[in-house]
Design a protein around this ligand. Sequence first.
Ligand code: GLY
Length: 603
Amino acid sequence: MPSFRTRHSLVFALLLVACHPQSGSAPSPSTAAPGATAVPPTAQIDHRDAPKMAQATVDAAFPQGWRFPSGTKASFGEHAMVVSNSALASEAGVEILKAGGNAVDAAVATGFALAVTYPFAGNIGGGGFMNIRMADGRTAAIDYREVAPLAATRNMYIDANGKLTNKSVLGHLASGVPGAVAGMNAALTKFGTKTLAEVMAPAIRLAEQGFVVDSAFSRGINADKRDISLYAGRDLFFPNGEAPAPGARFVQQDLARSLKLIAAQGPKAFYDGEVGDSLVAEEQRGGGIITKADLQAYTPLWRTPIKSTYRGYTLFTMPPASSGGITMTESLNILEKFAPLPPFGSTQYVHLLAETYRRSFMDRNEKLGDPAFVKVPMEQLTDKGYAATLAAQIDRAKASKTPAFNAGREPEHTTHYSVVDAMGNAVATTTTLNGGFGSKVWVRGGGFFMNNQMDDFAAQPGSPNMFGLVQGEANAIQPGKRMLSAMSPTIVLDPQGQLLMVTGAAGGPTIITATMEVILNVIEYHMSLADAMRAPRLHHQALPDEIRVENNGFSGAVIDSLKAMGHAIRSQGGIANVNSILRVSGGWHGVFEPRSVGGAVGY
Ligand code: GLY
């Protein structure tokens, strides 16, 4: 069994989860569909939840002891909606919308604001993927994933004894060449209506004038105190030895200066100017390998989103260098062969999803990588006929086993935001430093954290990464190559071809499964968006060969039956961090992750 390497970044996620105490662990009743329990609450359902789909929503029922009751309300926006892990960043997006900007303008404003107010994952020192669908039907995806520095080598994280070191996770060597500034600018230039200076104004204000720290922010910083304090960020984040206390104003002058330079000069300030000089100087100070030549060579790439269908709905998902779109498509194609899916929360539901994920992650972990370096069998993996052969291999009565090779590694701090504007333009963006606060290296003078995205490569093919993912040669390190991602910014159209959902997640490999489960909860199980987001989640990634389930999310009877079928079960706190928008009668519902923090701001 692969062992996970320690990562303090996970502590922040756990702290956030701890903000939502569980409601107890009373045994769940055993019913005909174990886990899909008896009496659903009905009184609190907001019938604006019923989207304009072929069917209305039904009341969801979760097991007794599950911490999130069903039937709560979503935020409602008649015209537009922005949902992110920071209320201030969502407000930044809405500010731009109200000033006449479109969804792409608002997404870029939200992205830069997240770099200020959510430094755990929001960034200018990382990368991401933005999936765009304009109201006129045009679709596009921009890949601004980091690339391996030109001096990177295949075995750079393996020591003299052949052991994998921690250097792809912590410190200056862990970073890929950042893509965020170039990528957001490219999206704005092609689809936006405002200038970079206009959309960056809220972020600059938040950095320069500061914002009031809340308890989650303060705890999150403190949780990574040891590693952040190893580098130059210690003075800003622990001014008197402690993180800023709740209620304190947190000002980031260095970051404000960098943002102003970028707003005034464009990406050149980052890739061939003063901000980049600070980055390169920081790398040199700490033994990193990113040079000026790396920054000058960085290019974001326009991709064609993967278009797939599931029972008449259309999905636009992210192609490689993310694995998100292929793995979701393959999984949904397999599940489509089972109609209807078993009752939500039942033994058969968990078994079928787990066996499906197992198969699509086996392909993901072994076959996917940067398409500029490896031949990705995209047509085969997204083919419905291929999915049918995989579906036929699933034994409905017992667990299969993942063959020895297919395992993998990946970090859990990332953030997703969803935007819809009054015209119906939609943007799904997922961005990341990889781990929380990335490599923990903070660029002196520049005012931002660098990513530790190099850990998303298979630093030692066949050995697990920080997510326990075991991946193959296709994702081995090569200079200039994009490391494989799981980020899955997704846009869903209803069977009439109208925009229905904008969603995506943080959480390493669980990004893929959680995003898919929220979509399934809406389109297959007809839950309201609030319930779809609160519903218990599960995950399987081929290796480790186990089903991960949320504590108390599935009844004891379901867990016992799964074990009897041969599944290993690992129970844990919250899985993933999803931020979603759903079209409803008269407007939009927005829900930020109930397991974390955020803001769904509509108008
Ligand atoms: N670093 C997480 C991902 O890209 O999947």
